[in-house]
Design a binder for this molecule. Structure first.
Ligand SMILES: N[C@@H](CCC[C@H](N)C(=O)O)C(=O)O
Length: 280
């Protein structure tokens, strides 16, 4: 089987995007892992399929590079909206995901880059929606890393943006061992479906520096849902306003948690890298 794909990224969080609207695409976990391997395959953080949808313009399916399917991906939603916008330039695009329905709009575009805004819907804040394995206040989780009497990181905030996130507040994000702590927390029993782990340093009320360990993908340069979860977490704790620039290793996203309807709006860039064919 060979399938054409487009390699794209949002702030360096990179994807292989397959248009599966005409021909079904159902790779095995082994195939996804092989294609995702940066040493021997194409290399990506997520594999994305654009499928048909009865209720919207398209359905976006997401696999992490470890081969597991997950609910959604914020940076990929901007890339998929750029792809679909070629067919109906400037229109609002309704893109469904396993994590919920979204609406996207491409604000600027040229042949290989663009800027898009996605309404990600409401964050889910109840412990059952994250989900957690036991009832807890998601604004202040009873969770800590390090010695019991002098924890390195503690009392994070949990937010679901359709997929699960836990946000730790730190004084110096550059000093965090993201791999060590992220991999430990990703599989903590408090998170029965695993969790994406963010470390956030509040610079001022409208600027947050964040680094991420993604469930099923490890350290990535940026995470769209992670940036949304980080802004929501900071605003819930009174550390930021409801709009901020979240600066990740790959660059900034602008996030607004709109007062009127509680929806989170993410705005940022899209880039096309190259076209290719998947074999396998
Ligand atoms: N890169 C993403 C999130 C991809 C899925 C995530 N690793 C998960 O397992 O939930 C983004 O930009 O949101």
């Amino acid at each position: 089987m060979t399938r054409p794909f487009l390699k794209m990224n949002g702030l360096g969080n990179d994807f292989v995007v397959v248009d599966a609207r005409q021909t079904p695409f159902s790779p095995s976990a082994t195939q996804v892992k092989a294609w995702g391997d940066r040493a021997s395959g194409i290399g990506f953080d997520q594999l994305i399929a654009i499928e048909g949808s009865a209720s919207g313009n398209a359905f976006m399916r997401v696999w992490n590079s470890d081969g597991g399917t997950v609910e959604t991906c914020g940076n990929a939603l901007r890339c998929v909206s750029w792809y679909l916008d070629r067919e109906t330039p400037g229109a609002d695009l309704h893109i469904d995901t396993l994590g919920g329905a979204t609406t996207a709009k491409v604000l600027e575009r040229d042949a290989a880059t663009g800027m898009a805004s996605v309404d990600m819907g409401e964050p889910r804040l109840d412990w059952t929606q994250i989900p957690l394995s036991e009832e807890m206040n998601t604004e202040r989780l009873e969770l800590q890393v390090g010695p019991i009497d002098a924890p390195l990181y503690h009392t994070p905030c949990a937010v679901s943006m359709g997929n699960p996130h836990v946000v730790f507040f730190v004084e110096d994000v550059a000093a965090v061992d993201v791999e060590r702590t992220g991999s430990l927390i990703e599989n903590h029993p408090l998170f029965p479906e695993g969790v994406n782990v963010e470390f956030a340093q509040v610079i001022d009320r409208n600027t947050i520096r964040m680094r991420v360990w993604e469930r099923g993908a490890g350290i990535t340069k940026a995470c769209g849902t992670g940036a949304c979860a980080t802004l929501v977490a900071c605003a819930r704790r009174g550390l930021s306003d409801r709009h901020a620039t979240v600066i990740m290793d790959g660059g900034p996203l602008h996030i607004l948690w709109r007062q009127a309807d509680d929806h989170v709006i993410m705005t940022g860039p899209v880039e096309v890298e190259f076209e290719g064919q998947l074999n396998g």
